[in-house]
Design a protein. Structure first.
Length: 506
């Protein structure tokens, strides 16, 4: 019997040689990032020149997924004081331990313990219907199906939280895998997500990770040039949480600048069809229940975490909810116009992840409420937009400070005369720290857009690895100085990648 030739014996084909030439070499943060190099000393130091990368089962995507799951598990351990009783005994205990979660409280409060059907059955109490988007409501309902109905209510609530935690852990793994694969040649940037302390601390407060996972999967599809699949996943993400729809704005202006509007339209159609497929049945059969999320969002007053709360607490006459809605919408519109102007006038077309981060951050900064788990929306986008450990950790420190600040403030307001925790002025300082941290990260991303040579992704010679059809595409619509290249640039000359050595490749 003839032996098959080994891979070493078989010469590569021309197609294999071409693919190998086009595949970017993995970027190793420990060789380019001082903070990453210093941190790597805990596990033996930076990767050496002779390291055998991808030569074992321990590929980057597997390592990062396991690290993310491990950090998620540590976040679950952090909730153990509440699991063991603080959720159920004493109003302020769950706040002093900083382990609060909506999940066990809403098992009874939103009718899952009584077998009520979300959106169709009215709830007892002030909230008539479930105030979450349809796909998140389905997620909550599936978790209730997996929760045994036997035992005490306290036992059922603990099991319900554990079931949800298991499902959200799967979402965490999906996010880690997707972020690892979005930027080809930069898999280790996803460690920013896996090791983010605010991610672990807030992962099981609410159900936001479900929408974040769908959004990360959508961005992976876009990076692979699959516009329709991106749209479908983004539509599902929007059916779970409203913020993913914001990504369509940056995509519109980038596709406009690159002359790829037909790809944007394909993505828009996929988004609309997927969102309608999920929402229409409930919209038609239970219109009042379906509309509750939107009416609740509109009628909700100024709440925790926003600069609007600082204003309302410091003003003699507080702003009405209607006035805040209008002002917040006006500020968000101005931010959108600013992002669009940045996209059209930047010297080089911004990367998709950069504008996606900026637009979601603008929504968070201008919104009338900032729940601590909203940081989950930004963590994957921040890792893709500015994969630099120093800046990412500065922002994370600010978010952890806010995470502790809100629980200490609630401990203060619920502990009566004992006044355990943080008074109003201290909580306002925590809000300011969160706002300044987010603004700082926005500022460095904007600087990278205006000075592409400072962008660590483009320093490695890449254009827009998350951009899909936008990656390396020429511009067709540019405004401002970018539309008038310097005289020494020869029209039709070679395309030079930012940060690449030599004259670039044609």
């Amino acid at each position: 019997m003839c032996a098959m030739p080994s891979a070493e014996m078989t010469p590569p084909t021309r197609a294999q040689q071409s693919a190998s030439a086009q595949e970017p070499q993995p970027v190793l943060p420990t060789r380019q990032d001082e903070v990453a190099a210093a941190g790597s000393e805990l596990i033996g130091g930076p990767i050496g020149r002779r390291a055998l990368l991808s030569a074992s089962w321990w590929t980057p995507v597997r390592i990062i997924a396991l690290v993310a799951i491990g950090m998620f598990a540590l976040g679950m351990v952090q909730k153990m004081p509440c699991y063991n009783g603080a959720w159920f005994f004493g109003a302020s205990s769950q706040y002093t331990h900083a382990c609060y979660s909506d999940i066990p409280h809403l098992y009874k409060g939103r009718g899952f313990a009584d077998g009520l059907v979300p959106y169709f059955d009215k709830l007892p109490g002030d909230m008539e219907y479930l105030e979450y988007p349809v796909l998140t409501g389905l997620f909550m309902e599936v978790a209730s199906w997996l929760t045994p109905g036997s035992g005490s209510l306290q036992h059922q609530e603990k099991v319900y939280w554990m079931v949800n935690a298991g499902m959200l852990m799967v979402c965490t793994a999906v996010i880690a895998v997707c972020v690892t694969r979005i930027h080809r040649g930069r898999p280790w940037d996803a460690l920013l997500v896996a090791l983010a302390p605010a991610f672990a601390l807030t992962a099981t407060i609410n159900w936001d990770l479900f929408a974040v996972a769908l959004t990360a999967a959508a961005m992976l599809m876009w990076s692979r040039g699959r516009a329709l699949a991106f749209g479908v996943l983004l539509g599902l993400a929007t059916a779970a949480k409203l913020y993913p729809a914001l990504l369509l704005g940056p995509l519109l202006v980038l596709c406009w600048r690159a002359g790829k509007l037909w790809k944007f339209l394909l993505a828009l159609v996929g988004t609309a069809v997927a969102w309608l497929a999920v929402n229409l049945p409930v919209m038609r059969l239970a219109p009042d229940g379906w509309a509750k999320f939107y009416s609740f969002s509109r009628e909700r007053g100024v709440d925790f975490g926003s600069f609007w709360l600082i204003l309302s607490q410091r003003m003699d006459d507080s702003l009405t909810t209607d006035t805040v809605n209008k002002l917040a919408m006006a500020l968000m519109l101005l931010a959108c116009l600013g992002v669009a102007a940045l996209a059209f006038t930047a010297p080089r077309r911004p990367r998709f992840a950069q504008l996606a981060f900026l637009i979601v951050a603008a929504f968070i900064l201008t919104n009338k409420v900032y729940s601590p788990q909203y940081v989950l929306w930004l963590v994957p986008l921040a890792a893709l937009a500015r994969p630099r450990w120093r800046d990412f950790l500065i922002w994370q420190v600010c978010e952890v400070a806010y995470f502790l600040g809100i629980w200490m403030y609630l401990a203060y307001t619920t502990s009566g005369d004992a006044h355990k925790g943080l008074p109003t002025e201290g909580y306002q300082l925590a809000i300011a720290v969160h706002l300044l941290g987010t603004l700082y990260l926005c500022a460095v991303v904007v600087r990278d857009v205006l000075m592409p040579e400072r962008d660590v992704v483009r320093k490695a010679g890449q254009d827009d690895p998350s951009g899909g059809v936008l990656d390396g595409a020429p511009d067709v619509f540019v405004l401002g100085p970018a539309a008038r290249p310097p005289e020494h640039v020869v029209e039709g000359g070679p395309f030079v990648k930012w940060g690449a050595a030599g004259d670039g490749s044609p």
